[in-house]
Design a protein around this ligand. Structure first.
Ligand code: B4P
Length: 198
């Protein structure tokens, strides 16, 4: 049985964790394994900034400061993305929802019941480790929001606004917590096994 067979049918996943936990890294691998698109709001914002679109101009300063883009802009973007035909067999959300208002909006978009999320993958990682990863990325990719001061701010914003969502999804019985430390492939294997065991 393949990993995708283990999750037969439509697969709607969310990956959540502090900045630097490896969400984007794991999302790309899981999308390939399950044959579903990974939807990263961070990537969509960065692509718009790079292309100089209207949206990109609106969000550039916010993203580069490490704060969250207003829910109104983010929700509209995700609503539109989840109306595209390629999500029919499922999707993996990376970095959305990040606030309680975004959770409510996602519930509205998915319509609840059987069409809701199947599982929420929580990447668990120590702050020192993730800050170290992001410092390394600052050197290799030069991302504008990976500077020391912005990194600290992003960790704080995550702790205040996004960490509480784990309890919200925990109460729904959806959270699968996975240790995010170790080699990239090991972490992927842990996630796939944990999802198959549900
Ligand atoms: P994101 O793009 O989601 O940024 P992030 O939290 O840092 O996650 P990222 O995917 O980059 O890091 P990852 O852990 O994969 O968001 C950026 C900004 O966009 C936000 O600050 C905000 O302004 C805005 N935004 C996005 N979504 C929003 C929303 N819903 N609402 C409002 N605003 C929103 O990887 C980090 C590094 O670790 C990588 O360099 C990787 O190579 C490395 N790594 C990964 N796994 C590893 C492993 N196992 N071992 C060693 N290194 C590893």
């Amino acid at each position: 049985m393949t990993s995708a067979d283990a999750l037969a049918g439509t697969v709607r996943l969310l990956i959540i964790g502090p900045p630097g936990a490896g969400k984007g890294t794991q999302a790309a691998k899981l999308a390939q394994i399950y044959g579903i698109p990974a939807i990263s709001t961070g990537d969509i914002f960065r692509a718009n900034i790079k292309e100089g679109t209207e949206l990109g101009k609106k969000v550039q300063a916010i993203v580069e400061s490490g704060s969250y883009v207003p829910d109104s802009l983010t929700n509209e973007l995700v609503r539109d993305r989840l109306s595209q035909p390629d999500v029919a067999a499922g999707f993996l959300l990376d970095g959305y929802p990040r606030t309680p208002e975004q959770v409510d909006e996602l519930d509205r978009i998915l319509g609840g019941g059987d069409a809701g999320l199947d599982a929420v993958i929580q990447l668990v990682a120590d702050v020192d480790e993730v800050v170290d990863r992001l410092r390394k990325r600052a050197l290799t990719e030069g991302r504008a929001d990976d500077t020391e001061e912005v990194l600290r701010h992003r960790q704080e914003v995550y702790a205040e606004q996004t960490a509480p969502l784990i309890d919200v999804y925990g109460d729904r019985g959806l959270v699968v917590a996975v240790d995010a430390l170790g080699a990239v492939d090991e972490v992927t294997e842990r996630i796939v096994s944990a999802l198959a065991a549900r």
